[in-house]
Design a protein around this ligand. Sequence first.
Ligand SMILES: [Zn+2]
Length: 385
Amino acid sequence: MGIKDLKMFNLVLLGKWWARLVNEQGGLWRRVLLDKYGGEGGSWGEWITEGQNRGSSWWKDICKINELIEGKRDWVKSGFKLVIGDGAKVSFWRQVWVGPHSLEVMFPRLSYLSIDRQSTVQQMGEWIGGSWRWRLKWRRRLSTREQDQETQLRSTIQNVQIRKDADNKWWWRYEKDGEYTVKSAYKMLTTTEEGDEIKCLKRCWNSTIPLKICAFSWLSVLGRTPCKVKLMKRNIIRQEADAKCSFCAEIAENEDHLLLCCDFSRKVWNKNLAWWEIKYVMARSCKDAFLQHSWAGRNQKGWQVIWYARIWALWSTRNRRIFEAKQVSIDEVFHMVQYNSYCLIKSKIEGWTYSFADWCNAPSRCRIVKVPKPRLIELEQGELI
Ligand SMILES: [Zn+2]
């Protein structure tokens, strides 16, 4: 098969173990491994996170396999598609099991309103007279707009066949029979096809937004911002202690933590939500957060701009802390988001006559009617940084 890249070939071999771990649920060898390293598992993510800090380097590499190839983050995860059986152990909101993204990403407001946020697919319905019925419950009565979203959600899930007593199966997208093979995985990694990820990345290039901010958004979705974890990989930072988050100084600084999960950034995010009067479940990765903004913003172009304004404000704040030793408060970052988003829209959208006070008071009422045609800029991944 003409293997050229040995490192990649080794990863592809590790991928085979990954595939076995997720699909051979009843295997004794799997039980032994999970007992030793990762505790009880079953759904994506649980044993993987736990396993990263324990065990042999082989096990750690398996756990980190989705992060080991630059520019192909989540290559194993996104290479598999989940075929639902009985729906046990599959998180209804958080895992990707129907449609291109998790339901939490596609329907963030409904996810927030659900009383069953932790439930599995199996727990979100019941068998009545031999047929499956979904049972969606909300914390309060839904508004008309939310009811529309519920209808969309129901039509998204209604065609999924829940099968009693059948195992869920991870289906490898690149082979006809759904079985993971080294050959197809290597081919997938070494050919550049326009997959879901690339389409998502292209959407980062928004004509309303200055290039440098588009580039930063693109890098954050790709997992390639020059945050401290990356600097450590390149030996620019040598001590693990120096690679801690610039805001909280507790957790290793990667883009998902710095821009989303850190307490500091989360508070900025909460202020954004309150400002827009939106209730959302926050995504845990930059890619999902970006998609949340683009999905939810189909009628609210301004909300899409907030994504850029927010990550840029956080990144500038982080840089000022590091390079100028300047502390910027959460309120100041939030005002930066308000001000910058206003300026970005005002400077690019003709006929958008709202005042800054209008924008601060009720952003969703400051409708953007005409949006310039998006300008897609093709860039090779290697051109930046
Ligand atoms: Zn932090």
